[in-house]
Ligand binder design. Structure first.
Ligand code: GLC
Length: 610
């Protein structure tokens, strides 16, 4: 038996009529580590084995969205110099690494995820010298730096695509992309029925030099983002060089965009996605609990453009390029596939290092669902020797301080929320739950991702005027889907400065709501109970208690609405029910809300020294 240790805890108030005052330590019932698969020797051992020496196995990685973090030149769009100046505040927060969303040369039709030159900085964000300074400053502060590589597609402005358009059908230049003949007598129907993740067809027709209609090209996302042909060895070689360009400059790894795309099924067969469950990435990530032991073979087939077997060979190639460099470099997959056992294929020892856990991100705020997804995640990743990862927000989804209080009929992920969305999130409840959710997440073993602004408790901006919107999703669906602008609004630093300290001019590429004054970082620094201080304390304690490299065992004896587990010498209780739960005897290390009454109120997480 792995753990015979028992705990002295109180019963839930839901289960007992006794008051806290009536209870003494002597009659407090004892409970033991729950007999789940996680408590078996093999799984605890597996968790421990995954806690290898590489820094990324336990790292807390903070995502910077450069457009919206800090704007040094005051043009309303954030830049690298702005980031560099604000890095000390991130070091103070206690994170281990930053991931920078794309800052490469780009016409910015998808906010930089449409790259026209992978080896240069877009003038909007600065230049290569600014990047080098950012990297040096981050390293000087002990922070690793992860760049965001976008290999599934280029910008239509990329010289490779422009050369492909100028070259004849069947030319080597065209073979770098996915050009096909149209269907129908005049080829005026798209080659198949695939629908773009951003809405509309996945195909766009070209026009020949003489003005006649030409071939079609594939774009999983916007038509300004043509898909590369990854079956072509030339494409593979180019990306090896691009990786080396940034590794030579000193980056510590890459987050890899759409790492489940790249290879398309032979013959590009028609495909109609199920009506529900489509996510931002387009994969069928279900918000429901997935069964405890999903078998990959039994899961629904992937769409012919996602998760094809051939992608894994690409990642083995990338793994080898990173291995040419000394030290530990990370490859993190954005792979929207389901179930988690399938995600784990991306992080086998000879492929990538970690993959985002979107199943965790989209799990409802319900204790049984969370327990199951946590168990399933730890198991799935441990089985391939990879760390579990955890994430609650990023630049593609509704911020969790809003998402966790959305009514049941809220639009699906990726659709975004806006002024006309039925049912508004409750900002007070949302923030309370977000604080509890983050406190729970940061106690889990493995690596965690934070998205800029969540440490301030920022909600989604629901009131952006239509005229300000920029996400291609909004345009390609004729305003039917709001898209992702609401989570991308520049973050507030100082309450009394222009644009809340985002810059000195007050310009902002997306308008900041006036009420964001209450979230400004300077009004939270050193303020007990502020969200910023909660994050700071959690990150410090996570480090002090080695939670990232720990092993999780469930603790039983609580109401089913309580998530209770132990990691090292810390016991974590999260009450997701509406009724307060009695707190066990023990030193409170961290509490997401007030627990001084001796009870654990609704939507609150506490860490206790066990
Ligand atoms: C990824 C990015 C998203 C982008 C898309 C196309 O999902 O996270 O922001 O729009 O890829 O590159």
């Amino acid at each position: 038996m792995v753990d015979e240790m028992t705990y002295r805890v109180g019963m839930t108030l839901e289960n007992t009529a006794e008051s806290t005052a009536d209870k003494t330590a002597d009659n407090t019932p004892e409970i033991i580590v729950e007999d789940t698969e996680l408590a078996t020797e093999s799984l605890v051992a597996a968790q421990t084995a995954t806690a290898g020496s590489e820094w990324w196995r336990t790292a807390v990685i903070y995502q910077i969205y450069p457009r919206s973090f800090a704007d040094d030149d005051g043009n309303g769009i954030g830049d690298l110099a702005g980031i560099t100046k604000r890095l000390p505040s991130l070091a103070e927060l206690g994170i281990d690494a930053i991931w920078l969303s794309p800052f490469f040369r780009s016409p910015q039709r998808d906010a930089g995820y449409d790259v026209s030159d992978y080896c240069d900085v877009d003038p909007l964000f600065g230049n290569l010298a600014d990047f080098d300074l950012l990297l040096e400053t981050a390293h000087g502060l002990g922070l690793k730096v992860i760049a965001d590589m976008v290999p599934n597609h280029t910008s239509a402005d990329h010289e490779w695509f422009q050369a492909a358009l100028a070259a004849p059908e069947g030319s080597p230049e065209r073979d770098r992309y996915m050009f096909r003949e149209g269907k129908g007598p005049n080829g005026d129907l798209p080659p198949n029925n695939w629908e773009s993740v951003f809405g509309g067809s996945m195909w766009e027709r070209t026009t020949n030099a003489d003005g006649t209609p030409g071939q079609w090209f594939l774009h999983i996302f916007d038509k300004s983002q043509p898909d590369l042909n990854w079956e072509n060895p030339w494409v593979r070689e180019q990306f090896y060089d691009i990786l080396r360009f940034w590794l030579d400059r000193g980056v510590d790894g890459f987050r890899v965009d759409v790492a489940h795309g790249m290879i398309k099924a032979d013959g590009l067969p028609d495909y109609t996605p199920p009506a529900d469950g489509a996510s931002m990435g387009g994969a069928q990530v279900s918000a429901e609990v997935t069964p405890l032991e999903p078998i990959i073979q039994d899961s629904p087939p992937d769409p012919p453009y996602w998760g094809q077997e051939g992608v894994h060979e690409i990642w083995r190639g990338w793994h080898n390029v990173l291995a040419e460099y000394p030290g530990d470099r990370v490859l993190c997959a954005e792979a929207w596939v389901d179930p988690l056992e399938k995600v784990a294929l991306w992080v086998r020892p000879d492929e990538m290092s970690q993959a985002f856990n979107f199943a965790y991100m989209f799990t409802d705020w319900k204790a049984p669902a969370l327990k199951r997804v946590i168990t399933e995640s730890i198991k799935a990743f441990a089985e391939v020797g990879a760390p579990a990862t955890w994430v609650l927000s990023n630049h593609d989804v509704v911020r969790h301080a809003s998402r966790l209080s959305l009514p049941k009929d809220a639009p699906p992920q990726g659709a975004g929320i806006g002024p006309k969305t039925p049912g508004k999130p409750d900002p007070v409840l949302g923030l309370r739950r977000a604080r509890a959710a983050t406190s729970l997440m940061l106690a889990l073993p493995g690596s965690a991702y934070l998205y800029q602004g969540e440490e301030l408790g920022l909600p989604e901006d629901m009131e952006l005027p239509d005229s300000a919107r920029q996400d291609p999703t909004w345009f390609r669906t004729n305003g039917e889907k709001y898209g992702r602008d609401g989570c991308r609004v520049p973050i507030p630093w100082e309450s009394d400065r222009p644009a809340f300290g985002f810059n000195d001019t007050g310009e902002s590429w997306l308008p900041q709501p006036d009420e964001w004054v209450q979230y400004a970082r300077d009004s939270q620094v050193g303020v007990p109970g502020s969200t910023l201080e909660l994050y700071r304390a959690a990150l410090q304690l996570r480090r002090d208690h080695g939670l990232g490299s720990g092993a999780l065992t469930w603790v039983k004896g609580y109401d089913k609405k309580v998530v209770a587990f132990r990691n090292g010498d810390v016991t974590v209780l999260a009450n997701l029910g509406k009724i307060a739960v009695e707190l066990p005897v023990g030193e409170v290390l961290l509490a997401s809300d007030d627990v001084t009454s001796g009870a654990l109120p609704r939507d609150t997480t506490v860490w206790l020294r066990s």
